[in-house]
Design a protein around this ligand. Structure first.
Ligand code: FAD
Ligand code: NAI
Length: 462
């Protein structure tokens, strides 16, 4: 038996960041992880592999669509799927090994195996029981099941199977037009698959700014993706190599069937708490199966904390990381803090989508007076030069005070541009503060400034 100040269960972005910060703050720390490699969902089967495939397939798209016009002639590249998977795996490996290096550097013990909490202050891994003054549960999430749809991770797959298909399917049906469905759907569409997305609601990416939703869907359609909206999937039928997806259109209850070589089920994720022993420990859960925590990430059991996908809030790696740092500070007797009002969301398609803060819908619901400053990338010189003029920046600011309340961007590098707005919001900046800040020319960032100008006396280039 070993004794620690802190034992973290789960080495995803929440858990590994919490462990590193705990160690940096002088706490003797261990992490329990049952996977073969560190980094959790994000590094192994989530953010990192999906972004590697998005990058590679985007390069192919650029070569096929824009190279000739720029005077880059020659044979366009063809897809070597096996090599693309090797590139993806190498990307995963360098990242997961990086976390192992950081653990060694910070003297964090990796307790290999699946952990449970038999009582407060104790963590069991295999047959060994370790003592810890504080325990942080960061066990993450897993794909939600869909009634009537049996996942075999070969023909009917979740995102995990979709990242390791043995070939690019001819026909891919994606169930769910959320972040996973659209990111991985675009990967396969760019690689030559015929992709049909079946979505229950009438708009893609629920909760997003409606103008962004419309522009986004239009652009994806132009890229060849097909959409069946307002459709409730009833069941799938799969053989070893093919599947049928049965759905009903909500508007008239009519029944339809789609043929597919692969079906990607991407209808959300749920907290993963299996084997932790939370019931016996009497840990309070929310109605949605998340571990309930208070403002300092304490569960209902003293000394047991929880962070990341397993608790309430957006299931995002950076949200988990922020909670990881904050809970470490709380445990070390400092004041950990996460500003949940300023957590950006990014979709890494091309164009990218980035958003933060309030939407027009949430502002209307709260009865708040606001103004909108919008600027199209068609007025941005850099975007036009790079064939990336599609999309816009939209800033929402308080009508009276001009304080920035949110922003929604679809366009080139939206996932980077959104952070200028995040910093501005953290500092309580007004749209005018952004508008008066000199932005280098020619950059995509100028579109953010122009949108800020549009909240005041007007943009220059539109
Ligand atoms: P996880 O990363 O899920 O890690 C939990 C870890 O705990 C796992 O390694 C698991 O093995 C381990 N564990 C669980 N129970 C035990 C136990 N009892 N004992 C020992 N170990 C245990 N988010 C973004 O912000 N950006 C993206 O681009 C992005 N892309 C994504 C793409 C895909 C395909 C998917 C599926 C997700 C993506 N996400 C993305 C979401 C992101 O992966 C999660 O929000 C993030 O990983 C949550 O971190 P976490 O630390 O809470 O949990
Ligand atoms: P999601 O919640 O983003 O989208 C699920 C979609 O499926 C919704 O549009 C929903 O209406 C639809 N749906 C639900 N039931 C359906 C049914 N029966 N038939 C048809 N459609 C149905 O979930 P997703 O895409 O699975 O992603 C899970 C989580 O992973 C998200 O919370 C996201 O935050 C995270 N993630 C983040 C990424 C990023 O930050 N870039 C990338 C990938 C995942």
């Amino acid at each position: 038996m070993s004794s620690y100040d802190v034992i973290v269960i789960g080495a995803g972005p929440g858990g590994y960041v919490a462990a590193i910060r705990c160690a940096q703050l002088g706490l003797k720390t261990a992490v329990v992880e049952g996977r073969e490699t560190l980094g959790g969902t994000c590094l192994n089967v989530g953010c990192i592999p999906s972004k590697a495939l998005l990058h590679a397939s985007h390069m192919l798209h650029e070569a096929e669509h824009n190279f000739a016009e720029m005077g880059l002639k020659g044979k366009s590249p063809s897809v070597d799927w096996k090599q693309m998977l090797t590139y993806k795996q190498n990307t995963i490996d360098t990242n997961t090994k990086g976390i192992e290096f950081l653990f060694k550097k910070n003297k964090i013990d990796w307790l290999k195996g699946w952990g449970s909490v038999p009582e407060a202050g104790k963590v069991k891994v295999g047959e060994e029981v370790h003592e810890a003054k504080s325990i942080i549960i960061a066990s993450g999430s897993e794909p939600s099941a869909l009634p009537g749809v049996e996942v075999d991770e070969k023909v009917v797959v979740t995102s995990t199977g979709a990242l390791t298909l043995n070939k690019v399917p001819k026909k891919l049906v994606v169930i769910g037009a959320g972040v996973i469905g659209l990111e991985l759907g675009s990967v396969y569409a760019r690689l030559g698959a015929e992709v049909t997305v079946v979505e229950f609601l009438d708009a893609i990416t629920p909760g997003m700014d409606p103008e962004v939703q419309k522009t986004f869907q239009r652009t994806l359609k132009k890229q060849g993706m097909k959409f069946v909206m307002g459709a409730a999937v009833q069941k799938t039928e799969a053989t070893k190599t093919k599947a049928k997806v049965h759905y009903k259109l909500r508007k008239d209850d009519s029944e339809h069937v789609l043929d597919a070589d692969t079906v990607l089920v991407a209808t959300g994720r749920k907290p993963y708490v299996e084997g932790l022993g939370l019931e016996a420990l009497n840990v309070e859960m929310t109605k949605r199966g998340q571990i309930a925590v208070n403002g300092t990430w304490q569960t209902s059991v003293p000394g047991v904390y929880a962070i990341g996908d397993v608790i309430e809030g957006p299931m995002l790696a950076h949200k988990a990381e922020d909670e990881g740092m904050a809970v470490a500070e709380v445990i070390a007797g400092k004041h950990g803090h996460v500003n949940y009002g300023v957590i950006p969301g990014v979709i890494y398609t091309a164009p990218e989508v980035g958003s933060v803060g309030e939407t027009e819908a949430t502002l209307k619901e709260a009865g708040r007076a606001y103004k909108v400053g919008k600027f199209s990338f068609m007025g941005n010189a850099r975007a036009k030069a790079n064939f990336a003029g599609e999309g816009f920046v939209k800033i929402l600011a308080d009508k009276e005070t001009d304080r920035i309340l949110g922003a929604h961007i679809i366009g080139p590098a939206a996932g980077e541009l959104i952070h200028e707005i995040c910093v501005a919001m953290e500092f309580g900046a007004s749209a005018q503060d952004l508008a008066l800040t000199c932005h280098a020319h020619p950059t995509y960032s100028e579109a953010v400034r122009e949108a800020a100008l549009a909240c005041g006396d007007g943009p220059i280039h539109s």
